[in-house]
Structures are given as C-alpha cells and as structure tokens.
Write a protein that binds this ligand. Structure first.
Ligand code: 4AD
Ligand code: MG
Length: 441
C-alpha cells in the first residue's frame, strides 16, 4: 500500500497504517536477524525494527548512528508492558539511506563521548544538542516562551522590538560590552527597560523578549555574557500591583508549560516531583532578609554579619533561598545597591520599591522595580551613580511630557528554565552559551 508521509509525532496515531518517516538514527542495535533503530526527527522518537532480508541487508550497508534515513512500514501498537515512545513500533518493510554518518574514529559517539570534559562538549555543542536532555530543555524553553507570550496577550501587553546597539547603560558600566559604531562608541544592550519605558505613552503596557549582553568576568553557574531577557513595563500601577502581575505571570506560564502535551512530560522527566508555584509568593523585606541571614550565621562578603546596605551576593542568596525552599519576593532593597532609576519607598526613603524573585536551586531569576517618575529625582539618581546625562535626553523626556507611575521587570529566560528543568547551570538552558572564554560555535 501507499505510505503516508508524516512526522514521528503524527505516526503515533497512525496505528496499522503504512507510513514514511524521515529522521536521524538516534539509537541502533542489531543482532543476526533483527535491527532495532530509534529514529529521531525533532517531533519525537520512533522505535523501528528491521527483520528478515532487510536486517540482512543492513549487515552489508552498515547503518551508523546519526545517519539520516527514510523508513517505510506499518505502525504497530505495542502490547501492554512493552515500552516505546508513543506506545508504537514501526515494522520496517523498506528504507532509504539519505546520508550516511561516519563510522570508525570519526563516529558520532567519539565526538561527544559520555563523561567527556565539559569544554570539549561545548566545542561540539552543535552535535551535543542532538542529545535527549539538551533537546528536551530546548523544547521546554520554546513552550515557556510561548506561555509567556500567551500570558502577555491575555493581559493586553503589546510586544515591541527594541535596539540591541545602544549608547546608554542600564545596569552599571562594569558589565558593558562596547563596540565601534561608525567611529562612535556604542554598547550591546544590558536591558531593554529604558526603551520599553518610552513606549508606554504610545502603546501602553509593553514587553519584549530579546537578547541582553553582560560582560561578566566571573564564571558562575548562573551568568552568561548573552542571555534571552523577558522584559515588561507597565503604567499606572502600584508596587503591589507589579508584584501581583509578576507572580501571576510566573504561575500562569508554568501552568501553561505543564499543560503542554510535549513540554509537560519533559518537565516531569527533567525535574521529577516539580511542584508548580502558587500565589501569593512569600514577601521578604530586605531588612528582614538581613536579620534572617545573621540568625542563620550566613556572612557577608567580608565574612562579617550583614548590615543594612550590604549586597546579598550569590552564595548567601542561594543558601537563604534553598533553605526557605519556596519562591520568594525579596523586596525593598537599599537605594545604594540598586540602579539609578529605582523609585524610593514613600514610608522609608533609604529603600526602593524593588523586587528580586528568588527560586530554590537558582536564586535570582527576576529583577524589577517601580521607576522614578520625576525629572529632579532622576537627575539625582544619575548624579549618585556618576552617569553623564546627555545620552539619556530621550529617557529624561519621559518624565517631562506626561509622566506617569510605572514599573517593570526583567526575567532571565535561562535562569527560570534552570529552575523549571532543574539544571545545574544556565549554560544547559542556552542553545549556544556565551560566557567569558567561550564565543563558539
Ligand atoms: O536584575 P537585572 O540586571 O535587571 C535589569 O536588567 C532590569 N533593567 C530589568 C527590568 O527591570 N526591565 O536583570 C534581570 C534578570 C535577572 O534577574 C537575571 O534573571 C537575568 O536578568 N540576568 C542574567 N541571566 C544570565 N546571565 C547574566 N549575566 C544575567 N544578568 C541578569
Ligand atoms: Mg538583578
């Protein structure tokens, strides 16, 4: 009979039909009379079996891992107790080799040997991506971005695309990547926030999902030089409104991912027993966090008790978050350790209306705040940070031509994924991770 051409995902429901599927040989096992193939095509995995003459033919053509083939055959439902992806097996009656991958020294398995040095594996990232774990994380990543966009659509935010080549800093001069720009100095953007703020007056609430760049000199499990930044900016809202929006985004996005027929089971596989977060998130004041850290004998960078104004660095933040074990809104950071644009609290002007979202096993996945909305205060903020204001004329204008209360936040896609998929490092959540010493492939 004529074969139905389909992707693997579709073949699962083509029981007793003859199909034609193309893909890569993901696994291969053969005996004298049988050849087992697990075929991969990006939509799923398909167990296929070659018998009789076909199996014997295989002994002469010698298929190899990662070769591309087109298989023809009948899809058979597997009996209870027998396990294969989709619960089916393809009984192959004919196959074509599209491209034969090398055997011997150049064989795929020698390129990305199990347990190889991580930096060698990163050199071979283009091949390592074919593995089940990495490709699984990338599938979840796609579902997460889809879920985030769905949430924004439901909430009425407009997506915009902001420039990556800029002449202003957002999060401190020390992590700026500079580049020559037709004889002028420019930078790769650290955050799209300032541009998002300028969109409020024309488009209302906005968001962007775009690469941000940070020249992070230290090697940590959660810092990349380039990461995908989910950022939103909202107007006419209070700090509490902002917090509710963020917790709603995170809980809804996770819910949508878990409901997804492909990504849901992948999360379960990568992060068994993952508990979806529920609203409201715990709120922890910076002042109380410092008390908590001191009570738990966790020290600051100088090895002393935390005092007001100390940065809560990665190690301390992780210890606290992992001990508490639930998502935390760490709020109201001191003015001195936060960026120039953050609004002060009305009841305590030593601190700002700011928030970091902390997740177990990762720590900070989100940073946000209400923004200063008057020119005078903003100018004072620039002065405090020693930032020359000329390049910011357009940002300052926002406070002049119809200012409004507004706030927003940025989420590191690789960080929220590291939490959701229980990955040790954000590097495992990026297609081609960039960090100091690595800019290839
Ligand atoms: O806390 P950050 O620096 O805040 C901002 O950039 C704000 N301007 C965002 C805004 O309000 N629109 O960065 C936001 C998030 C962090 O919480 C973290 O998840 C992620 O971006 N992030 C990084 N992820 C990977 N590698 C890095 N080097 C990162 N730096 C920040
Ligand atoms: Mg931050």
């Amino acid at each position: 009979p004529e074969a139905i051409k389909c992707k693997i995902q579709k073949s699962y429901s083509a029981i007793d039909q003859r199909v034609k599927v193309s893909g890569w040989i993901h696994r291969l096992r053969s005996s004298k009379s049988l050849v087992f193939i697990v075929l991969r095509d990006g939509t799923g995995y398909l167990q296929a079996v070659l018998t009789g003459d076909l199996a014997r033919a295989h002994q002469t053509t010698a298929l190899t891992l990662e070769s591309t083939v087109t298989l023809y055959g009948k899809v058979c439902k597997l009996p209870e107790g027998k396990n294969a992806p989709g619960g089916v097996e393809l009984l192959v009656d004919y196959y074509e080799v599209v491209s034969l991958a090398p055997s011997g020294e150049d064989a795929f398995t020698n390129k990305i040997a199990e347990g190889a040095d991580p930096s060698l594996l990163l050199d071979q990232r283009h091949l390592a991506l074919r593995g089940e774990t990495l490709s699984g994380v990338m599938k979840v990543r796609a579902a997460l971005l889809r879920a985030v966009r769905r949430f924004y659509y439901e909430e009425g935010l407009t997506e915009v695309n902001t420039p990556c080549m800029v002449q202003t800093q957002v999060e401190g001069g020390s992590t700026l990547f500079s580049l020559g720009y037709y004889g002028e100095e420019a930078y790769l953007t650290q955050s799209s926030q300032l541009y998002l703020e300028t969109c409020l007056a024309s488009l209302g609430d906005v968001y962007t999902i775009q690469e941000s760049f940070r020249a992070e000199k230290s090697h940590t499990r959660r810092h990349l030089s380039e990461y995908t930044h989910i950022e939103a900016e909202l107007c006419f809202l209070t700090f509490e409104d902002l917090l509710v929006h963020i917790e709603k985004l995170i809980t809804k996005a996770v819910q949508y991912v878990l409901e997804d027929p492909v990504a849901g089971p992948l999360v379960e596989q990568l992060n068994p027993g993952f508990k979806a977060p529920t609203m409201p998130f715990m709120r922890l004041d910076y002042r109380d966090a410092i008390k908590w850290l001191n009570e738990h004998n966790i020290r600051n960078e100088e090895g002393e008790d935390f005092k007001f104004g100390d940065d809560i660095a990665e190690a301390a933040e992780r210890k606290m978050t992992d001990t508490i074990g639930v998502p935390i809104f760490l709020i109201r950071f001191p003015v001195a350790i936060k960026s120039f644009y953050m609004k002060r609290c009305v009841d305590d002007d030593a601190v700002t209306e700011s928030v970091d979202v902390l997740m177990p096993n990762v720590g900070e996945i989100t940073g946000g705040s209400m923004r200063i909305d008057t020119t005078d205060e903003l100018m004072a903020g620039f002065a405090r940070e020693g930032i020359a204001t000329d390049p910011y004329y357009w940002f300052i204008d926002q406070r002049k031509y119809g200012s409004c209360p507004h706030g927003g936040y940025g989420i590191g896609t690789e960080r929220i994924l590291a939490w959701l998929c229980d990955r040790f490092t954000v590097r495992d959540c990026s297609l081609y991770p960039r960090f100091s010493g690595r800019c290839k492939p």
